[in-house]
Write a protein that binds this ligand. Structure first.
Ligand SMILES: [Zn+2]
Length: 540
């Protein structure tokens, strides 16, 4: 529809403000409305488009802008003019801003900037260059603001002031106009323990299980996880090094919130030895261990991850680390001594390394592997047996949990006590009778309460869905048939941690396993003995 026939022409308004100091959106709209009225244009409320608190680098997640662009392209065209303060309101990324304004003009909407009263003309090359220059300036301004913000944060980090969220092992303490870290002794002890066990070669999964089983309060409400440990074990703060600027914003594809890893040369690192929790020696030991583990990740030719070991030790053989010597409880380990007369076997590692176990009998690898596989495959197909294992898991869990209920009552009591203390401290703070470090005292109690609440939120009954177990077993059953690595993975999934092999007088072996079916469906507690696989006579 053409505008010629109309008495009054209709104008739309666009206003945007990001975090930076800029004129409020309401003020922009008001001024633009006055500008339109001055020219005799009417402005319908439906055609006032605004974005508040949205970066000029954002072109995707910007509702007002998106609505404006679709209105401009709709037919019949709902307005003839668009009024905004300046080109930088449309955006601060030069290419996208140029294109958006060009789209509007080409749709037949005249664009006016109220800051100088000019109409945007894009009908000559020079006019386009002029707009381009303005939008370059707009983007440059945004880059400078970003630099200043980054520099301010960097300066804070250098001065030892906290710029981010709390790191496990430290408390945040308000010191005059800023916040500093202080070591939290309880959490620091946990951190040291984690580093020490990792240095001994325990995998993250194993450490997570130990911490969870002992109800050690975890950072955050979600509890301990492999991801938490992964992050924790590489955090330089624990060796007294504050590291800032590892990531930076990288507006890309029209999205302002994208971030990317910054090159190491741009990181700010500051030594703050008073924050050290882990010695350099222990730190280095853990990093060496983790490097070794990473080196063991096997990849196929196209880079796909084929498998990963459970710890720094390779586990190429099905029962390495899972098999146990029934005489001393030590690990069984594969020894490649295969000759025509003596096949490759698993041997008691305690005997091999220390000579302190009398079990010198090797268990032929092929037979034992096959036995375990067959047994698991059969188990996976036997629903009745699965049901009785589930029942047994539940009972075991109920038994351990009964022992914990006394502890639970204590936790509840302690929580109530801490909450009373907090409210006392808060009243003191409000009454102005508080000592200097009262906020620290409050925060300390709050974090204790949070940690206790995590304990209380733990499930009181083991819920295992039989269908889920059966389905898990079916999948695991298929994996058990695959190669050693896949099958090992299946064993872990099935929660088969131990397969105990005891030699008997007849020259055979008794084989027993323990499966944790709860783990199969993602529950952390409860396990049940696999039925003994016995007796088994294996010839030389
Ligand atoms: Zn042994």
């Amino acid at each position: 529809m053409s505008a010629e026939g109309r008495q009054v022409m209709r104008a739309a308004i666009y206003g945007r403000k990001s975090q930076e100091k800029a004129e409020a959106v309401e003020r922009q709209v008001e001024t633009a409305r006055a500008f339109a009225t001055q020219h005799g244009w009417s402005v319908s409320d439906a055609h006032v488009f605004t974005d508040n608190g949205i970066s000029g680098a954002e072109f995707i997640d910007r509702p007002g802008f998106t609505a404006l662009m679709s209105a401009v392209k709709s037919k019949p065209r709902p307005f003839e003019e668009l009024v905004l303060m300046a080109p930088d309101r449309m955006g601060r990324e030069q290419y996208r801003t140029n294109l958006a304004l060009l789209d509007i003009v080409e749709a037949g909407v005249r664009v006016f900037f109220y800051s100088n009263g000019d109409e945007l003309k894009l009908d000559t090359p020079i006019a386009k260059v002029m707009l381009g220059m303005q939008n370059f300036a707009g983007e440059d301004y945004r880059a400078q603001i970003a630099n200043k913000t980054r520099e301010a944060l960097r300066a804070k980090a250098q001065a030892g002031h906290v710029t981010g969220t709390r790191t496990y092992g430290y408390d945040h303490v308000a010191v005059s106009d800023h916040v500093e870290r202080r070591i939290n002794p309880d959490e620091a002890a946990v951190v040291v323990r984690i580093f020490e066990t990792a240095a001994e070669g325990h995998g993250n999964r194993r450490i997570v299980n130990t911490l969870s089983a002992e109800n050690v309060p975890a950072p955050g409400r979600k509890g301990w996880s492999k991801q938490v440990l992964k992050t924790l074990l590489v955090n330089d703060l624990y060796r007294g090094v504050v590291c800032f600027g590892r990531s930076r914003s990288a507006a890309r594809g029209g999205s302002a919130s994208t971030r990317e890893a910054a090159p190491k040369a741009e990181w700010t690192t500051v030594a703050r030895l008073e924050l050290r929790i882990v010695s350099d020696e222990l730190w280095a030991k853990v990093q060496r261990r983790k490097d070794a583990t990473r080196a063991h990740f096997r990849r196929s030719a196209d880079g796909r991850l084929l498998s990963k070991p459970e710890s720094g030790l390779t586990a190429e053989h099905l029962l390495n680390g899972i098999g146990r010597c029934g005489v001393c409880g030590g690990a069984l380990t594969y020894m490649s001594r295969g000759t025509r007369t003596r096949r490759s076997r698993y041997y008691c590692a305690t005997r091999l390394h220390r000579g302190s176990c009398e079990n010198g009998k090797g268990v032929p690898k092929v037979e034992l592997d096959k036995l375990v596989r067959d047994k698991l495959t059969a188990l996976c197909a036997d629903e009745d047996q699965v049901q009785s294992l589930i029942d047994e898991s539940r009972e075991r869990y109920a038994r351990t949990h009964a022992a914990q209920s006394a502890e639970r009552a204590n936790v509840e009591k302690e929580t109530t006590k801490l909450e009373a203390e907090i409210s006392r401290l808060v009243s003191a703070l409000a009454a102005g009778t508080a000592s200097a470090d009262i906020t620290g005292a409050i925060n300390e109690r709050r974090s204790k309460v949070e940690a206790l609440q995590v304990k209380l939120s733990e499930p009181v009954a083991l819920v295992v869905d039989k269908l889920a177990v059966v389905e898990g077993l079916r999948r695991a059953g298929l994996m058990v048939l695959a190669d050693d690595r896949e099958a090992r993975h299946a064993l872990r999934k099935l929660g088969v941690d131990r397969v105990v092999v005891t030699p008997d007088d007849a020259g055979g072996w008794t084989v027993e396993g323990v499966a944790d079916l709860a783990r199969l469906v993602g529950v952390n507690k409860g396990s049940a003995g696999l039925p003994p696989i016995s007796p088994h006579i294996a010839g030389e």
